[in-house]
Design a protein around this ligand. Structure first.
Ligand code: SF4
Length: 79
């Protein structure tokens, strides 16, 4: 899962839908719990069993700030 903090507008759909992966950050935006940060891009590997909620978060983000990508095929699974 990939999250672009620059696109985030803090409406917290993601933390409501997928609180195991998203939490509010000190700057008022969100962060991926246990994720890797490179500039404004945060990445996190999601287990198969947790994929549905990550997908719902990506689909629910009105800013298209979250992307769920299959690491093997490179295919975008959501949004
Ligand atoms: S749903 Fe999108 S815009 Fe809203 S807080 Fe989460 S990442 Fe940011």
């Amino acid at each position: 899962m990939k999250f672009d903090k620059n696109k985030c507008q803090s409406n917290f759909v993601c933390t409501a839908v997928d609180p195991d992966h998203f939490q509010e950050a000190d700057d008022g935006k969100v962060e991926l719990i246990g994720g890797t940060v490179e500039g404004n891009i945060h990445t996190l590997e999601v287990d198969e069993s947790e994929k549905t909620r990550a997908q719902q978060a990506a689909d629910g983000c009105p800013m298209m700030a979250i992307e769920l990508i299959d690491t093997e095929s490179g295919e975008t699974l959501a949004p």
